[in-house]
Design a protein around this ligand. Structure first.
Ligand code: ZN
Length: 175
């Protein structure tokens, strides 16, 4: 599976809710986890692999009290029902490789979603997990974290990104 690179049209599109938890969705979640591990990421939204469905995979390998997950998480149709506090921290994205910037997010969120068996889940998350969930749900809404930078930082990003993209293309041509 290939991870789409910003500013791909599908990354700017809104994903549709999952309506049936069939084998295709389970295979997609499985493939997304593999792709995420291979890229050494902690979260991936279906938009990033070209599928416009509201599916997110996350695995943060650190203790739960430090905002980690206890193994892989698959979130179907996730919604943030409440957010509290704010925290600024460095953020990056597998679709924007080689670039990171500080961004303000809720420090705690309450999430409602389904698991792959169709069971409804509701849980609170803090720390890195809270940030990751907000980042991934943004993807489902066609928003990339760089779209949330203030105008000054976004202008700086555009300049830097043009250079990074040119280098990525060069590397692809060299292969
Ligand atoms: Zn991302």
């Amino acid at each position: 599976m290939k991870i789409l690179v910003y500013p791909h049209e599908i990354l700017k599109s809104r994903a549709e809710p999952v309506r049936r938890l069939d084998g295709a969705i389970k295979r997609l979640a499985d493939e997304m986890l593999k792709t995420m591990y291979k890229a050494e990421g902690i979260g991936l939204a279906a938009n990033q692999v070209g599928e416009l469905v509201r599916l997110v995979v996350i695995d943060i390998q650190r203790p739960p009290e430090e905002g980690g997950t206890d193994g892989p998480l698959v979130l179907v149709n996730p919604v943030i029902v409440a957010g509290d506090g704010e925290e600024v921290a460095e953020e990056g994205c597998l679709s924007v490789p080689g670039y990171g910037a500080p961004l303000k997010r809720f420090s705690e969120v309450e999430v409602s979603c389904y698991d792959l068996d169709g069971k409804e889940l509701r849980f609170g998350a803090g720390g890195l997990l809270a940030r990751c969930i907000q980042h991934e749900i943004d993807h489902l809404d066609g928003i990339c974290f760089v779209d949330r930078l203030n105008p000054v930082k976004r202008a700086l990003f555009r300049k830097k990104w043009a250079k990074i993209l040119a280098r990525l293309e060069e590397e692809a041509n060299d292969r």
